[in-house]
Design a protein around this ligand. Structure first.
Ligand code: NAD
Length: 512
């Protein structure tokens, strides 16, 4: 245990066998069914976790309903105080939680720490927000009347999260939802359940310390079937779901059928346009981190580089040279640049994508391959690969959650933007250029159609201050900063008559 994993697990309250359902301090026994959390770093079973049953699910929803009645009455700035303490607790546990995220999910330790920092940042943001949550006031057309709007909490927010950001996505939702007065029920990815347990252990102490009821923060571990319980449940007015487009379509349909609200954060197919006027040093660095960071498993990972003809060969050559220097290995060892993908299924998808791009006529720029031998026993380590391809290839149109980068040529900026937009997904996009006309065209109404459009930075690595999310098959949801909090509240318009008359709007006469 040269990375001190056992110590971190202990500090986070993770045992060899864990219950997987909790309403706070209370953990519920769901019976016999367990899942194993397997580290893609070394292939070891880290621990086992019990899966929610329909009975324990019911207990969680009942506790959440009761908790909401109380929590909504706590003034928002006081709810902010609780979230401030959660942020502080996360500061204390940053190294342990960052390590667990790295070990359970496979991203580098630095990125694991970064993910926890993001949680701390969103807590700080939410604390400030707790004194805002502004509604507008407006002028009434009727004398002696006043109009305004206010925002009230929704109730239970169901959170379904993906494996690749096993803790940050939860905090983007909960930090905002809690200051908004909602209670949260979280179903983490079944591929990273221990990260879920660790977070629940951290926050439940704080709710308990303040004598808040069980059920403000609940956890239900399980696979898609537990997710389905949330999406079909009319007692859950909002389901915030992060994951594949396939999952989003199912969740969106189930929630839509009962006219609930869903907030969907789904797959991306993110591109960087590199023009002949780009600062190529920056472009290469941006593309490199975007494509191989988190082993290509960020929703914002760079999947396509759209490169102007004049600089195509040079970009390809320099990227190949940079790729040759990448060190692949255990994500907890800070000398390594690239860790494993999540599991052997992900390896199979990576291999299938490489076969497919070759079959469709793609040409190899940097060869891929699965690594074996010492240090790679988990079978989850793959070489980041690069192929020259065409945008219309079926495989290029599809999000493969692995470090495969496609290079595509273009002649004019109009063509580049059309290629960038010519995929079903619409999450993140970027242009590398020093030419102001190109940059502005890319950001204009006729430019990128994505939720995120950057100039001279890559596609990944968003800050929490902005609203995060994307268009088209990415699902349209927005989380995190700006006014994303509005998704977690219901708007009420109030008209108050302080006069002695009762005039009708639009001057309608109705006298008897
Ligand atoms: P996934 O879709 O396999 O699983 C995500 C979650 O959905 C899991 O908790 C899973 O149990 C649950 N789920 C699956 N089917 C369900 C159903 N029918 N009903 C209810 N719940 C269901 O995704 P993954 O492999 O964990 O994550 C990778 C995907 O997530 C990629 O497509 C990536 O782009 C996307 N992602 C998007 C964002 C974003 O903010 N846009 C962020 C992170 C990840």
């Amino acid at each position: 245990d040269r990375f001190g994993i056992a110590e971190s697990l202990k500090n986070l309250g993770i045992q060899k066998e864990n219950l997987g359902v909790s309403t706070g301090e209370k953990w519920l026994d769901s019976g016999e069914s367990y899942i194993s959390s397997i580290s893609p770093a070394d292939g070891e079973v880290i621990a086992k976790v019990q899966v929610a049953s329909s009975e324990t699910y019911e207990e969680v929803i009942s506790a959440a309903q009761i908790a909401f009645e109380k929590w909504r009455l706590v003034p928002a700035p006081q709810r902010g105080e609780i979230v401030r303490e959660i942020g502080n607790a996360l500061r204390e546990k940053k190294a342990d939680l960052g390590k667990l995220v790295s070990y359970e999910m496979g991203k580098s330790y630095q990125e694991g720490l970064g993910e926890v920092q993001e949680m701390i940042d969103i807590c700080d943001f939410a604390v400030g927000l707790s004194r805002q949550l502004y509604g507008l006031t407006m002028h009434s057309e009727r004398p002696g009347h006043r109009m305004y709007e206010q925002w009230h909490p929704l109730g239970i927010v169901g959170i379904i999260s993906a494996f690749n950001f096993p803790v940050a996505v939860w905090s983007w939702n909960t930090a905002l939802a809690w200051v908004c007065g909602d209670v949260c029920v979280w179903k983490p990815s079944e591929k990273a359940p221990l990260s879920g347990i660790a977070c629940q252990n951290i926050v439940s102490k704080i709710f308990k310390k303040h004598d808040l009821p069980e059920g403000v923060s609940s956890l239900i571990i399980g696979d898609y079937k537990v997710g389905e319980m949330l999406s079909h449940d009319t007692r859950v007015p909002l389901v915030s779901a992060t994951g594949s487009t396939r999952m989003g379509k199912l969740v969106g349909k189930a929630v839509g059928e009962r006219l609930g609200r869903s907030l969907l954060e789904l797959g991306g197919n993110n591109a960087i346009i590199i023009t002949k006027d780009a600062d190529l040093d920056m472009a290469i660095r941006g593309a490199l981190f975007g494509a191989v960071g988190t082993a290509g498993q960020r929703c914002t990972s760079t999947r396509r580089l759209i490169i102007q003809e004049e600089v195509f060969d040079e970009v390809a050559k320099r990227l190949a040279s940079a790729y040759s220097k990448l060190v692949i290995g255990n994500p907890l060892d800070e000398k390594n640049h690239v860790g494993p993908v999540i599991d052997q299924d992900a390896v199979k998808m990576y291999e299938a994508a490489i076969e497919k791009v070759k079959a469709e006529g793609g040409t190899e720029v940097v060869a891929g391959g699965v690594l074996s031998g010492e240090g790679f026993e988990s079978g989850c380590y793959v070489k980041p690969a690069i192929y020259e391809a065409e945008n219309h290839f079926e495989i290029v149109q599809h999000e493969t959650f692995a470090p495969i980068l496609y290079l595509i040529r273009y002649k004019t900026i109009g063509e580049a933007i059309a290629i960038q937009n010519g995929v079903p997904q619409g999450l993140s996009s970027a242009i590398m250029t020093t030419n102001m006309r190109e940059a502005e065209a890319f950001l204009s109404v006729a430019g990128s159609d994505c939720g995120i459009a950057n100039v001279n930075i890559g596609t990944s690595g968003a800050e929490i201050g902005g609203a995060f999310g994307g268009e088209k098959e990415t699902g349209g949801g927005r989380e995190s900063g700006s006014d994303a909090w509005k998704a977690y509240m219901r708007r009420q318009t109030n008209t108050i008559n302080y006069s002695t008359a009762l005039p009708l709007a639009q001057g309608i006469k109705f006298d008897i």
